[in-house]
Design a binder for this molecule. Structure first.
Ligand code: PGA
Length: 250
């Protein structure tokens, strides 16, 4: 039985007062939902404030990225150890915006995942094809490369700390969601790749989230798919009502 996950990726939004307003509006709307793993991923600068605000609520705290070294002369970076120190239990790695705008390769994503898992964090490992890749019939090639590249060198036990997020790039922030069939097909494929890389047991237990224009109106059909175990949500995670509706639908 895979526990559903609803994770809010706040991206580059929310100052401290705005972040606190969001979580204080959210908490009463989702209290008692212990059958869903609820995660919020604020910007680094408000993580500590959000941690204090959500203490005792059962909501998990994530960062949106991390570096792979624990410490050193790496100006501007934040390490998994530091994220754990400030109360993060989760970290998003390999988001398509990181890959697209900051040139993150599968090799860099792999180093980050291994470092984060090594520091005891749960990784939300993002993959997904671009529109061009889909239209040229390369979706499965791209996904299999991202899965094997991102998880290289890991052993089955490490996978207890990995959640995969399938986010077709063409569906992110565009209002254009993958159809339930497209999403299910990709999720089943990703699960088969995890089985090949590790084993069937790991594949059956790994949570695979869908991301890309998830909204209260489309979550029901997506989460009803057998291989979709929750959602990674951008836009709809920025308001208490819409995020709570997603949590309550999961
Ligand atoms: P979106 O973003 O829900 O705004 O499409 C999803 C994501 O990038 O994780």
């Amino acid at each position: 039985m895979r526990k559903p996950v609803i994770a809010g990726n706040w991206k580059l939004y929310k100052t401290a007062p705005e972040a606190l307003e969001l979580v204080s509006g959210l908490m009463p709307l989702i209290s008692g939902r212990s059958n869903v793993e609820v995660v919020v991923a604020p910007v680094f600068t408000v993580i500590d404030r959000v941690r204090a605000a959500i203490a005792g609520s059962g909501i998990f705290l994530a960062a949106q990225d991390c570096f792979w070294e624990e410490e050193g002369a790496f100006t501007g970076e934040v390490s998994p150890k530091m994220l754990a120190d400030v109360g993060c239990s989760h970290v998003i790695v390999g988001h398509s915006e990181r890959r697209q705008f900051f040139a993150e390769s599968d090799a860099a994503v792999n180093k980050k995942i291994r470092a984060a898992v090594g520091a005891g964090l749960t990784v939300i490992f993002c993959i997904g094809e671009t529109l061009e890749e889909r239209e040229s019939g390369n979706t499965f090639n791209v996904l299999s490369g991202q899965v094997s590249g991102g998880l290289e060198g890991m052993v089955p036990a490490d996978m207890e700390k990995v959640i995969v997020a399938y986010e077709p790039v063409w569906a992110i922030g565009t209002g254009r969601t993958a159809s339930e069939t497209q999403a299910q097909e990709a999720h089943a494929f990703i699960r088969s790749q995890v089985s090949k890389l590790f084993n069937a047991e790991v594949a059956q237990s790994v949570r695979i989230l869908y991301g890309g224009s998830v909204k209260p109106e489309n979550i029901g059909g997506l989460i009803a798919q057998p291989d979709i175990d929750g959602a990674l949500v951008g836009g709809a995670s920025l308001k208490p009502d819409s995020f709570a509706a997603l949590v309550n639908a999961a």
